[in-house]
Every structure is written in C-alpha cells, then in structure tokens.
Design a protein around this ligand. Structure first.
Ligand code: NAD
Ligand code: AKB
Length: 311
C-alpha cells in the first residue's frame, strides 16, 4: 500500500526535519505537513493549516488525503506547559485521543507519538535510568506524557492500534529555532555563541541532562516506525539514549572552536524542572528489540552545529 503521512505540529523543531526526511523517502506529495500556523515552510508539500484540537477538521484532512499514518507532534513542552498548565493538559491529551480514535476506527493504520524523559521525576533513579522504574513526574508536561504513554498502550492492547513512541531526551538540531523546552538551552547556546560569543545559561553549570542530535532522533523515529510489529514489545514508549552533558561541558567543547566564547549562569524556574529529570538514560530495550544505536557524541555534535547554523 502507498503510504500517505500526516504530520501534526510539523512547523516545530522535530516536524520540520521529519517532514524533510519523510518526503525524501516517500515523495513530497505523500507527506502532508500541518500546523496551527497559516503558512508553513513547506513549499514542496501539500500543507494544511490544522488545529490539533479541532477533531472535525482533523477527520476531514485524513479523509481528503487518504491518510494512512499520523505523526502527532503538537504539544506544549515543559517550560511553556508550566506557564499554562490547564491548556498544556488539554492540548497534549485531547489531541492524542483524537488521533488514537482515528486508528481505533480504522481510518488510519499507524501512529507515531513522542513521549519524553519528562515522564521521570525527582523520585526516579537519576543515573542510567532504566525503562521500568519509579515515575512520578512533577511537571504538567511530564504528567501528560506519562498519561499519554498509558493511553497508547491501552489502545494497543484493547483495540490493536499500531502506535509507536520514543521518550526523547533533549534534542539538538541546527535547522530550526529552539522551542519551549528546558533542554533548549543546548540549542540556544550555539546561536548566542555564534552571534555574541556569550551565553547566559538558565541552568546551572553542573546540570547533566540526556541529549541527542536531531539527526539521530529522526533516524530513530523512522527506524522504529519501519520495524516489524512483532519487534515492538513496548507500546507505552521506549527509553532512548544519545549522550549526556552539562552546560559547562558543552561550553568547553564550543570553546575549542570559538576561543573567545564565555558562559554565565543565571538559573531560573527551569532549573527545578531539570533537577527532577534523569542525568542519563538506559535504553537497552530499544537497542535489543529494534537495533537502536546513536551516531553523535559531544565532539561531533558541537562541530556539526557550529558548521551548519546559519544566522
Ligand atoms: P515545538 O514546540 O518546536 O513544535 C511544536 C509545534 O506544534 C509548533 O510548530 C506549534 O505551532 C505546533 N502546535 C502547537 N499547538 C498546536 C495545535 N493546537 N495544533 C497544531 N499544531 C500545534 O516542539 P518540538 O520540539 O518539535 O516537539 C515535538 C514533539 O516532540 C512534542 O510532542 C514534544 O513533547 C516532543 N519532544 C520534543 C523534545 C525536544 O527536545 N524537542 C524532547 C522530547 C519530546
Ligand atoms: C523539554 O525540555 O521540554 C523537551 C523534552 C526533554 O521533552 N526538550
């Protein structure tokens, strides 16, 4: 069957790169990016303006294009979610139900929905955090992702919905601007380094967090979506690890390329969020079950970002 893919929230950090990547494999006409924004950056694809909370509009677009797969990316992230908790809950949960129901009712065949390391909380073991462990998230974003994982598994078990998910760490890419996340300091730092040779970090010097180059994350997403169904043993969401570093460590790596670069630290409300998350992730299930392996370490990531960011 020829796949037709709808990407919801395609105008964000992940969506822009995923649209580009899927279009290369499936063809521009087979990939339909959509977002709240009236115009997308998608001259080559049939773009749709769509509010993920508009169930009827979503259904019409699915029928109009004969959609077979949905990548549902629209969400409020950790920092913006804490500023607007009730709306974060509404957006992150209700839009997921609409997509899961489309599959339950057999209008679409496959769903990708991202979770996050934000599902973990202050009572989770922070080093080498395993797939199965204590999970008491302390942000609305994390609570919505944890609940979303449970709903995905429930729809799989109850109705056979083919839904797949990854708990992304902080993602770092050069093709788009940072969004409303706590890990986004590690994207912003490159733009400020190149513009001003200076960055004020909203996380403290020694705050280690799990991170990943966007290219690795997109490849993982597509590999998971292409994996044979019987290999996908986890229908909540997979731990996935790339690398871990602190603001001081990434700053030191940037200094190897920009010797004048300086960093200051002025932690704000996002410090408490970062302090509740793991420092590193154990992803043995993803490695064993569908062959995940990252490409980028810190050295390669910093080099790649500095070479590619266009101001
Ligand atoms: P982003 O904030 O850059 O992009 C989100 C996109 O969704 C934006 O283009 C926004 O306009 C769109 N959107 C918001 N509300 C919408 C609505 N009502 N209808 C349609 N579109 C809407 O986020 P991102 O970094 O690309 O993240 C995408 C997904 O991946 C999210 O679910 C996020 O939780 C998850 N994730 C991201 C990271 C990361 O580091 N970027 C890490 C873990 C999980
Ligand atoms: C955020 O910081 O909110 C995201 C995430 C790790 O989910 N980047």
């Amino acid at each position: 069957m020829k796949e037709k893919i709808l990407i919801i929230g395609a105008g964000g950090q992940i969506g822009l790169e995923l649209t580009e990547n899927l279009s290369k494999s499936y063809g521009n006409d087979q990939v339909i990016p959509s977002d709240l924004k009236s115009e997308g950056n998608f001259a080559n694809n049939p773009y749709e303006q769509l509010d993920a909370l508009d169930k009827d509009a979503l259904f019409k677009i699915v029928k109009k294009h004969g959609i077979t797969q949905v990548y549902h990316l629209a969400a409020l992230l950790s920092a913006t979610g804490e500023q607007n908790p009730m709306f974060a809950w509404k957006l992150n949960m209700e839009s997921l139900f609409y997509v899961l129901d489309l599959a339950k009712e057999k209008h679409i065949q496959k769903i990708y929905w991202p979770s996050s390391i934000a599902v973990f909380g202050p009572t989770t073991p922070r080093e080498n955090t395993p797939q199965y462990t204590v999970m008491e998230p302390s942000t609305i974003y994390g609570i919505s992702k944890q609940a979303g994982e449970r709903w995905c598994e429930w729809y799989f078990k109850k109705f056979g919905v083919d839904v797949r998910s990854i708990r992304y760490p902080g993602l770092i890419g050069w093709k788009s601007a940072p969004g409303g996340g706590t890990t986004d300091y590690a994207v912003h730092i490159f733009h400020e380094a190149l513009k001003h040779n200076h960055y004020t970090s909203f996380l403290s010097e020694n705050t280690a967090l799990p991170m990943m180059h966007m290219e690795d994350a997109i490849r993982a997403t597509i590999e998971l979506m292409h994996a044979p169904s019987e290999k996908i043993k986890i229908r909540g969401s997979y731990n996935l690890s790339g690398l871990s570093f602190t603001p001081a460590e990434i700053a030191n790596e940037i200094k190897k390329h920009l010797s004048e670069f300086r960093i200051d630290y002025a932690p704000d409300f996002r410090q408490a969020i970062a302090d509740s998350w793991p420092k590193s992730i154990n992803d043995q299930e993803a490695r064993e079950q569908w062959g995940w392996k990252e490409k980028y370490n810190l050295e390669a990531l910093v080099k790649n970002m500095l070479e590619n960011i266009k101001l």
